[in-house]
Design a protein around this ligand. Sequence first.
Ligand SMILES: Nc1ncnc2c1ncn2[C@@H]1O[C@H](COP(=O)(O)OP(=O)(O)OP(=O)(O)O)[C@@H](O)[C@H]1O
Ligand SMILES: [Mg+2]
Length: 112
Amino acid sequence: MKLIVAIIRPEKLPQVVRALESIGIFPMTVLEVRGRGEQKGLTITYDDKEFKIELLPKIRLEIAVDDKNVEKVITVIQKAAWTGKPGDGKIFVIPLFDVVRIRTGERGVRAL
Ligand SMILES: Nc1ncnc2c1ncn2[C@@H]1O[C@H](COP(=O)(O)OP(=O)(O)OP(=O)(O)O)[C@@H](O)[C@H]1O
Ligand SMILES: [Mg+2]
C-alpha cells in the first residue's frame, strides 16, 4: 500500500475529485494548506509596487491506495491537475505500513 499525497491548485480540486471517482477511487482526505515550490512563492506588481506572496494557498489531497492502483491514481491526478504553468503542484508517494478500519478492525488492503 502507498499513501499518495498530492499538492494541487485549489481551483483544480473538483476536477481531480471527479477524475478519481471515474476510476473508482472514493475515500480521500483534503486539507487546505499553504506552500511554495522552487519559485519561492509569487511576486505581483500593482500600482507600480511589488508585493511578494511567500506562501500560496494549495490543496493537499491524501489517498491511501493498494499498490495495484498507484500508477493509475498518479496518472489521473496529474492529468486533472495540470495547467502547464508553474505551481501545478506535486505528487508524493509514501510507503504505507498498515491501515485499520476503526469500525470493524479490518487491516491492510481490506481496510482501504
Ligand atoms: N520539495 C517539496 N517539498 C514539499 N512540498 C513541496 C515541494 N515542492 C513543492 N511542494 C508543494 O507543492 C506546491 C506546488 O509546488 P510547485 O508546483 O510550485 O513546484 P515546483 O517544483 O516549483 O514546480 P513548478 O516549476 O512547476 O512550479 C508548493 O506550494 C508546496 O506546497
Ligand atoms: Mg513552482
